[in-house]
Design a binder for this molecule. Structure first.
Ligand SMILES: Cc1cc2nc3c(=O)[nH]c(=O)nc-3n(C[C@H](O)[C@H](O)[C@H](O)COP(=O)(O)O)c2cc1C
Length: 227
């Protein structure tokens, strides 16, 4: 007898539980990239992926998660975390004369074959700094660099729902910008104390799940590159 496919929300819930449980097995997969920097090192990179972290906090859990994700891409992919902390507050009056940091950010997104957003949840939505960055790169009207960039979304929170509301809001924003966004699997991580160890590593079972998510995202990027 064929097992019925679980509902997507049920799968997400299971993943959340899987990700937030302690794993005593230890062990980790060898790093294939240096987090926070061009991940591919000297090798040729066919696909550059921009990674946008929605937190400016020094000890950001989401930046740690982004660092882990940046290690999981295959050969031919490189990951670069883009700065958003130097962007001014968006003001439409500046559309004709965008700041140098805005031009840099837009160029990094334009140059990328895809984008991964790793974001906290602030008051049941995305942080203002992330929305500010997204708005900047969508302007001036007709000059958005977002359209068609295959996106993945992940997030970690100390809250039990693991950024699910923020991610849903982000999907709404990205739809308006014609950004095709990977649906499943979803990465809702509830970070209990010790989820990241002192070296920023996650438990082996969680890393296995994140690898699976990355494999889905890579396929998503390739699929859109072929269109
Ligand atoms: C202004 C603010 C609002 C927050 N709202 C939520 C929330 O709605 N849901 C949630 O799960 N956590 C919320 N948190 C807690 C964050 O999940 C937690 O601070 C998290 O560590 C932030 O991500 P970071 O470590 O990447 O900076 C909020 C934190 C702040 C500072």
């Amino acid at each position: 007898m064929i097992e019925p496919t679980p509902e997507p929300w049920a799968q997400s819930h299971m993943l959340l539980l899987a990700l937030s449980r302690w794993d005593n097995e230890g062990g980790s997969v060898a790093s294939r990239a240096t987090a926070g920097s061009p991940a591919a090192g000297p090798r040729q990179s066919e696909y550059r992926i921009a990674v946008v972290v929605g937190s400016l906090r020094g000890d950001s859990l989401n930046r740690q998660l982004a660092n882990v994700l940046c290690e999981l891409g295959p050969a031919g992919f490189s990951f670069r975390q883009t700065r958003i902390d130097d962007l001014p507050l968006y003001n439409q009056d500046d559309d004709a004369n965008q700041a140098a940091s805005v031009k840099r950010f837009k160029a990094e997104i334009a140059d990328a074959r895809g984008v991964i957003f790793v974001t906290p949840e602030y008051n049941r939505s995305i942080p203002g700094v992330l929305k500010n960055a997204i708005d900047h790169a969508s302007r001036p009207h007709g000059g958005s660099v977002w359209a068609g960039k295959p996106a993945g979304i992940a997030g970690v929170s100390i809250g039990a729902m693991g950024t699910s509301m923020a991610q849903q809001h982000l999907r709404n924003v990205l739809a308006c910008l014609d950004v095709p966004t990977l649906g499943l699997p979803e990465v809702f991580i509830h970070a209990r104390e010790g989820f990241f160890d002192n070296d920023g590593k996650v438990p082996a079972a969680s890393r296995t799940f994140l690898q699976s998510w990355m494999d889905h995202y890579i396929a998503w990027v390739r699929q859109h590159a072929a269109l």
